[in-house]
Write a protein that binds this ligand. Structure first.
Ligand code: FAD
Length: 377
């Protein structure tokens, strides 16, 4: 029996992958499934990273995303609408060229495009403000809600037991692990800590608080729907405070994000008004016509940040695994990471190109930071 702590996309997808391999699985979630970062994310999926480990992992993940609706027999609304990063200086253009070269080396077809070409992709773009774009048409987006429900339903069909409103409050080890919850005790052979921003609390329960995750409140605002096809890719000029806009794949509203963040307690998801002003200041610079569109909602969630913005994935202690600290990219990585983790637990190895050394939870203790993963969605 394998016990998964945390019912976000990572925990639920891993439960499904483990059940596919014939394991008995039980998932504990302290609130409702998706209530952590997952249902608060911006839906973005990209292979445009700046290091080999993340590029290769995300290339594999995108290949899985393409077939996910079919595999889960549930429409997850994955669409390859691309990511468009925009440069505002010559130095950035140079950096884009370096990144593109690396991405191309691993089969990601990103290319440098002109502002005019960018405007063809995003018609209302303030193209004059930019020198060039890094464009990968294979990046995309999917519905966090449909994806989580799809994995959960597929897991249920394979016998996974899901316990919502069941908080893990302690862990002991005898001959087996004993997980103490608000619904009583459960004996399991293997534990997976998939609690992301809450990851340290669970690691502390076994005396291994070695992954220094800091939770940062991140927020989004969303507009009323606009005509489809206007801002389909995620559009981001990183120099403008990592701000971005993207049309929601489901209803066509525009989701707007920016890097204004607050270190805090991940149970506090109260949105703040200063975020609305900051996000919209940048959104209307990227797409000026947005000043005519109303905001209809705002929400907050958490980036679970490690010192290098890369997650910690691996075995913390015998039969105790972690997949936590996903910063701004846990949703997109879930298909690849869940398969890799499940195969590692059951078979001891995986065909997923996940670089275990890169994501090693012990790297912080050794003082070995990776190059920082670009953190936005
Ligand atoms: P979570 O979804 O946080 O799940 C962890 C779960 O553990 C929670 O539901 C929590 O309630 C539960 N839990 C905690 N403690 C306990 C306990 N003691 N007992 C039982 N359960 C417990 N990622 C992308 O890939 N693309 C994006 O575009 C993107 N945009 C984002 C925008 C915003 C504003 C935010 C906040 C995040 C964004 N992210 C994005 C990041 C993404 O949402 C996360 O990386 C991802 O959802 C992490 O999933 P998870 O399953 O690891 O964690």
């Amino acid at each position: 029996m394998i016990g998964i702590i945390g019912g976000g996309i990572i925990g639920i997808a891993t439960a499904y992958e483990l059940a596919k391999l014939g394991e008995e699985v039980i998932v504990f979630e302290k609130r409702y499934f998706g209530s952590g970062s997952t249902f608060r994310c911006a839906s973005g999926i990209r292979a445009q990273f700046t290091d080999e480990a993340n590029i290769r992992l995300m290339k594999y993940s995108i290949d899985k995303w393409k077939k996910l609706s079919e595999e889960l027999e549930y429409e997850v609304m994955f669409q390859q609408t691309g990511y468009l990063f925009l440069a505002t200086s010559e130095e950035e253009v140079k950096a884009f060229k370096r990144n593109i070269k690396l991405q191309n080396k691993f089969g990601v077809p990103t290319k440098l495009i002109t502002p005019e070409e960018a405007k063809e992709i995003v018609p209302p773009l303030n193209a004059d403000a930019f020198l060039a774009g890094a464009w990968n048409p294979e990046d995309g987006k999917a519905s966090p809600f449909h994806t989580l429900y799809g994995y959960k339903r597929a897991g249920e069909k394979l016998g996974v037991r899901f316990y919502p409103y069941t908080e893990v409050i302690g862990i002991k080890k005898n001959d087996k692990w004993i997980i103490k919850t608000t619904r009583g005790e459960f004996r399991v052979d293997v534990i997976v800590n998939a609690t992301n921003a809450w990851g340290r609390r669970i690691n502390s329960m076994i005396g291994k608080d070695i992954v220094p995750i800091k939770p940062f409140k991140h927020q989004l605002v969303k507009t009323e729907p606009i005509e489809r096809g206007q801002i389909e890719p995620l559009v981001c000029p990183p120099a403008w405070s990592d701000s971005y806009v993207i049309q929601d794949g489901e209803d066509g509203g525009v989701i707007c994000g920016t890097a204004l963040e607050y270190k805090g307690n991940p149970d506090d998801v109260t949105p703040t008004y200063d975020f609305v002003k900051e996000a919209l200041k940048w959104a209307v610079k990227i797409v000026p016509a947005l000043k005519h569109v109303h905001i209809i909602r705002q929400w907050a969630g958490y980036y679970a940040k490690t010192p290098d913005n890369n997650p910690a994935i691996g075995e913390l202690e015998e039969d105790f695994y972690v997949a936590i600290g996903f910063s701004g990219h846990g949703f997109m990585m879930a298909p690849a990471v869940s398969q890799a983790l499940a195969e590692k637990i059951v078979k001891g190895k995986t065909k997923v190109p996940l670089d275990w050394e890169w994501f090693d939870p012990y790297r912080f203790e050794r003082g070995e930071l990776r190059s920082s993963a670009f953190q936005i969605g």
